[in-house]
Design a binder for this molecule. Structure first.
Ligand code: ADP
Ligand code: MG
Length: 360
């Protein structure tokens, strides 16, 4: 079975409010798929319809080729890890983990064996007898995870499971979780509002906005080829600019981004007659230098503000026309050329880094 989870035209309304709007989504067996979007966009509601805690108003939910739309949660081969961990405070680590298994008809020896394996897998060996109150946040998270995977579900749903952890631990858990997922081969549907987390962990990302999937693709695809200004802004930073098409040549089209910024992009095809566009330019794609480089897509600006961020400098650039742009330079060496407030700089862009997006 190649398709493990499938949503077909799924809509969820709460009264007159549409929380999830005609979502089509197919997730492959063994895939790590992340639903990424701002708070309130409908991520949790999508997960709850996969687990069965919420019923779609329209459309159908499929698991491993079976229509489960009308099946209750306990009849679905799905498990969930919650943000709040939801551990039993009076039970030990071991008993928390084996809880779900004891509901099933397994021998004592088999339960013990599975629990031992999963405790080792999530690096909790030696903590079997502790209570949740005797564990750190990261360790509690591991218990919650162990409890979910010990039942060997086909699909694991994770709703912002790392959001209570501090930044360093959170990053370590991201790497660990991804490694574990690949090892187990379980299909993960992961929810987060954190774009960096999504990029770190996912095979594919579905960017959700106002109950709809705006774009779905692998990380590089979503980052380098955003199709909408929402996606460009939500993942990473973006300069979103209105552009006028001024000419088409054999291999290139010319755009005017401002009176003092004319650029060349690969020839536009399939949109004849369009004269106005919106483009996205990532700040790190604007190359800065003190002397004028040769070639196309070069313009001059003044540094209006510089923010030192350690590994990068973030610069606010002002053009004579009044246009402002954000640029980022990597601090590759402590002795490299730097740019300071009030200085003139030359900016250059690669034609492929000017990406046409659909405005909101
Ligand atoms: N049971 C409910 N009754 C009414 N509105 C709800 C209910 N559950 C969610 N909503 C609304 O649906 C929208 C999406 O919620 P949710 O799926 O929790 O978003 P997210 O997880 O992306 O933050 C929100 O506006 C929320 O207030
Ligand atoms: Mg949520």
């Amino acid at each position: 079975m190649d398709h493990m989870v499938e949503l077909r035209k799924v809509t969820k309304r709460f009264g007159g409010f549409t929380a999830v709007d005609e979502v089509d989504l197919t997730i492959k067996q063994g895939e790590f798929l992340t639903l990424l979007g701002p708070s309130g966009c409908g991520k949790t509601t999508v997960l709850r319809m996969v687990s069965g805690f919420e019923t779609p108003s329209e459309g159908s939910v499929w698991l491993a080729g079976e229509d489960v739309t009308d099946l209750p949660p306990y009849r679905r081969d799905v498990n969930q890890v919650f943000q709040s961990y939801a551990l039993f405070p009076h039970l030990t680590v071991q008993d928390n983990i084996s809880f779900g298994l004891r509901m099933r008809k397994l021998s004592k020896a088999e339960v013990a064996e599975r629990v031992r394996n999963v405790i080792e897998l999530v690096s909790l060996s030696g903590m079997e007898k502790r209570k949740p109150s005797q564990l750190s946040g990261g360790q509690r998270q591991r218990v919650a995870l162990a409890r979910a995977i010990v039942c060997q579900p086909k699909v694991l749903l994770l709703d912002e499971p790392l959001s209570a952890l501090d930044a360093k631990l959170r990053h370590a858990m991201q790497i660990e979780l991804k490694r574990l997922q690949k090892k187990l081969g379980i299909t993960f549907v992961f929810v987060t509002h954190d774009q960096e987390e999504a990029l770190t962990m996912s095979d594919r990302i579905a960017v959700v906005n106002k109950g709809r999937i705006e774009q779905i693709g692998d990380c590089a695809d979503i980052y380098h080829s955003p199709q909408t200004s929402f996606v460009a802004n939500f993942i990473g930073q973006a300069n979103i600019l209105a552009a006028k098409v001024t000419a088409h040549e054999e291999h290139a089209s010319r755009l005017r981004l401002a009176p003092d910024v004319h650029v060349c992009i690969p020839r536009l095809v399939g949109i004849p007659g369009v004269t106005e566009l919106v483009v996205s330019i990532r700040p790190e794609k604007i190359h800065l230098q003190k002397t004028k480089p040769a070639g196309d897509n070069v313009f001059e600006a003044e540094v209006d503000e510089e923010i030192f961020k350690g590994s990068i400098d973030e610069l606010s650039l002002k053009l004579p026309s009044g246009l402002t742009l954000t640029a980022i330079c990597a601090n590759e060496s402590a002795t490299q050329e730097t740019f300071h407030k009030g200085e003139k700089v030359w900016c250059s862009l690669h034609a492929d880094d000017i990406v046409i997006v659909r405005p909101e």
